[in-house]
Design a protein around this ligand. Structure first.
Ligand SMILES: [Zn+2]
Length: 308
């Protein structure tokens, strides 16, 4: 969302809520593969439900498939009880994935995949050890200070990938034409952190590439990650990047993005309060403007929300 000053009146300009399905289909081809990729670092809340509505709604409207992927690359914050709860809540809501369920597609089960991707990058880019802490870097952009230090990759050091200058251009299915310059935004990309964990940026790009995801549907808070993920995917050998759609987020009463601690917006709390699954999906849809307040929407019917 952006604001524009026009005749001294500030207008809120929202990106459109629904993609042009015909245009999206011509961009992704028939039967696209998209993914629902929660992290088991907390319980599902209405923000996840909004994402599920977009993922299943658009996948079904285009005759596509949904992959469930458990993004547990952060081994410190992820917990098995959250994973069990998110699977249970998803089943209760009625969202059924086509792939990744049995066996469960879980990042922590495939460490060799990420090691292999790093080897691929080593052949074409500079991959180096970085001894800097978050505090040393201070801010989002890393200035590349360890690129010429020749540090050995040992425990306690991260691994970075050199990103060359230049822009990445993509057409977001809701936001339109986007141009990002990853080297200016974030500098050399951290692939593995100092604790030995694969980073979000690296793990999801490797997964989207190897799993053949052709349509990435996620919240607007991740739009700034897209240019660097497209760049990294190309460095990994992916010629045609996925199509991206960044949908609106719902906010709490203080105007902040919902988090796992968001009390009354948790799916478990709403269940305990006696709401049905169609009522919970209806609340999530109405909070972003996809449905009227009080709507009851079955998970199997969310594609109707995207019909023009
Ligand atoms: Zn460094």
């Amino acid at each position: 969302m952006r604001t524009e000053e026009r005749d001294h009146v500030f207008l809120i300009i929202s990106p459109s809520l629904r993609p042009d399905l015909a245009r999206l289909e011509s961009a992704v081809g028939s039967s696209p593969l998209t993914r629902f990729a929660p992290s088991p670092t907390g319980y599902l809340h209405l923000g996840h439900v909004v994402n599920a509505i977009y993922v299943w709604g658009i996948a079904r409207a285009l005759g596509g498939r949904v992959l469930l992927r458990v993004e547990d690359h952060d081994r410190i914050r992820c917990r098995p009880e959250y994973e069990a709860a998110l699977l249970e809540d998803l089943a209760w809501l009625g969202f059924e994935a086509d792939e990744g369920v049995d066996p469960l597609a879980r990042q922590s089960d495939t460490p060799s995949v990420y090691e292999g991707a790093l080897d691929v990058l080593r052949a074409s880019a500079q991959v180096y050890a970085c001894g800097c802490s978050r505090k040393d870097i201070g801010g989002e952009r890393y200035d590349g200070r360890c690129r010429t230090r020749g540090l050995t990759a040992v425990n306690g050091r991260g691994i970075r990938v050199h990103l060359a200058e230049g822009a990445e251009v993509f057409e977001d299915a809701l936001r339109g034409h986007c141009v990002q310059a990853p080297a200016e935004q974030c500098g050399d990309l951290l692939a593995r952190d100092r604790d030995g964990h694969w980073t979000y940026q690296f793990a999801v790009t490797v997964d989207d590439t190897r799993q053949g995801v052709t349509l990435v549907i996620r919240g607007a808070d991740l739009v700034s990650s897209t240019g660097r993920q497209i760049r990294l995917a190309r460095m990994l050998g992916r010629q045609i990047p996925p199509v991206f759609l960044h949908h609106p987020l719902i906010h709490d009463l203080r105007g902040e993005k919902l988090s796992k601690s968001a009390g009354d917006t948790g799916v478990r709390q709403l269940r305990r309060a006696g709401l049905t699954a169609p009522a919970v999906i209806g609340i999530a849809a109405s909070r972003v403007g996809l449905a009227e307040t009080g709507s009851l929407i079955h998970a199997s019917e969310v594609s109707r929300l995207f019909a023009h």
